[in-house]
Design a protein around this ligand. Structure first.
Ligand code: SAH
Length: 488
């Protein structure tokens, strides 16, 4: 018998997931997720995890609650670890209780992992603290769904001094506000509607209870959205930390392989952007090729690395083979800050590091010092550009070891129309991206290339683009900030 995790993952921003939820996701063989869940979280799942979308699009029910319950039971009985991923907290209008009761009935082991509810986090990201000393001593969360069937005593709600929050209330906002006004709420009380909170598309409409309906009607507001009433809304002017971030509201697409985009992503998130990943390439180590050339390593005069991946795979493989690194007497050379950093982290300070992060620059630096009898070894990608190999072969002895291969791999359908910036960090990602998604989606978009070679590949495909001044991830970020009008 398997086990079911009911996992709350917060409202949208993937950073709001808890450590416990993350650990649970990594264990799942099967997951069922909802519409409110950020699909980036699916990247934390095991590669063999089966994924079912059972979101309830408003109006059309994709899967009924009963069907979802049945699926949880069926998979658990088949012995799988099942994850039921829910937006916010599973027990805050999330029907988590119903699912847990059904599991209990069937004697299936389960755990419910709390999540950060939108009722608190979405307000926070809009600059509104849900309580505040001297202003709001309580908060009250209501469902505004199927309003006409609600059995609230509206007189009680209208009298509450604390922060009043309605989830699922956008469609019924007229009915809700009418009832509050009829039952004596102060018409001038602050009121806000927050849509797509914690995402790049977050929008906040601030008004008074008396005219919020009109304001919502005159603007296009998309769900999910919540309604909040209370004086705490006034603090938004000062506490709006999220919308003040330089890249707030921008969706940036990273086209780098899984496992390599983390630092880039973290930096963008820090600046307030929302990150969409395509994971179009996957690294496959080819250790057997290094093993074949293992006895040549101690003879090498120069060992060159042109990517951080090559460094990682090279040393991981040597560790596995218990190869004594002191046998290598070569001078190390590399291109790229990241590559250099990876070497330094392993106690090796490369001697040859060109200022420009391209193979041509490395060649220029080498050419003055290598002799005809020298042996140069380059462990690198099987798909690497032939330039370095072809140029060096004429000057010295050369062994190229293809120690990894870059495979194409797409993990999800992404909404390309909604992206503000596409970023490319190598010609191979450009090729792979275009092969999968076509060129059209890039045509009228802002595209930023890490360097001239990537840029040329884009141009060859008719895609105009901007090139980072520094050929690094930071260079791309600086370029985006510049395009957004910041002085960097
Ligand atoms: N369990 C969830 C709530 C589920 S009900 C939680 O704890 O947050 C769904 C409602 O939550 C939506 O109709 C909306 O009112 C609110 N909601 C969820 N995510 C939201 C978001 N990102 N922005 C605004 N409202 C959100």
């Amino acid at each position: 018998m398997g086990k079911v995790y009911l996992i709350g993952v917060g409202p949208y921003d993937e950073g709001l997931i808890t450590l416990k939820a993350l650990k649970a996701l990594e264990k799942c063989h099967v997951v069922l997720y909802d519409r409110l869940v950020n699909e980036n979280l699916l990247n934390f799942l095991r590669e063999d995890c089966k994924i079912f979308f059972c979101g309830k699009e408003s109006g059309c029910h994709y899967k009924t609650q009963e069907e979802i319950n049945d699926m949880l039971v069926k998979f658990a009985k088949e012995g799988y670890t099942v994850g039921r991923i829910k937006g916010g907290d599973p027990y805050v209008f999330g029907r988590g209780g119903e699912e847990a009761l059904r599991l209990k009935e069937e004697n299936i082991e389960f755990e419910v992992i709390p999540g950060i509810t939108s009722a608190i986090a979405v307000l926070n990201y809009a600059g509104i603290p849900v309580t505040h000393r001297g202003i709001s001593q309580s908060f009250h969360v209501f469902t505004g769904n199927s309003a006409k069937a609600l059995t609230y005593d509206w007189r009680v709600i209208a009298k509450l001094n604390g922060t009043i929050i309605f989830l699922m209330g956008l469609e019924n906002i007229e009915f809700i506000v009418e009832n509050l006004l009829k039952n004596g709420i102060e018409p001038t009380r602050e009121c806000a509607v927050i849509s797509k909170g914690t995402s790049a598309r977050q929008r906040v409409i601030v008004s008074r209870v008396s005219d919020i309906v009109e304001k919502v009607k005159s603007e296009k507001i998309y769900s999910p959205a919540l309604i909040v009433i209370g004086e705490v809304i006034n603090l938004r002017e000062k506490l709006n930390w999220f919308e003040s971030k330089p890249l707030f509201g921008k969706r940036v697409c990273i086209t780098r392989p899984k496992g390599q985009s983390l630092e880039f992503k973290e930096k963008l998130l820090e600046l307030g952007a929302e990150v969409v990943e395509t994971y179009i390439l996957k690294i496959k180590p080819l250790e057997e090729n290094l093993i074949k050339n293992l006895d040549d390593l101690h003879r090498a005069d120069y060992l060159l690395f042109t990517s951080a991946n090559a460094v990682n795979i090279f040393f991981d493989c040597l560790i596995k083979l218990r190869y004594d690194i002191r046998k290598i007497k070569a001078v190390f050379g590399c291109i790229g800050e990241k590559t250099e950093k990876e070497l330094v982290q392993r106690g090796i300070v490369p001697e040859i590091v060109p200022e420009q992060f391209v193979a041509e620059a490395l060649y220029d630096k080498l050419i003055g010092r290598i002799k005809q009898n020298d042996l140069v070894i380059i462990p690198r990608s099987k798909n690497a550009r032939p330039f370095l190999k072809e140029a060096l072969e004429k000057k010295c002895n050369l062994i190229e070891i293809p120690i990894y291969e870059v495979e194409e791999f797409f993990s999800q359908d992404i909404l390309l129309e909604d992206i503000d910036y596409f970023t490319f960090t190598s010609p191979s990602t450009v090729k792979a991206f275009i092969k999968n998604f076509g060129k059209d989606c890039l045509m009228s978009k802002k595209v930023v290339a890490i360097g001239p070679i990537t840029s040329n590949e884009l141009l060859r495909n008719g895609i105009s683009n901007c090139v980072a001044q520094k050929y690094t991830i930071d260079g791309i970020i600086e370029k985006i900030l510049k395009l957004e009008g910041y002085d960097v």
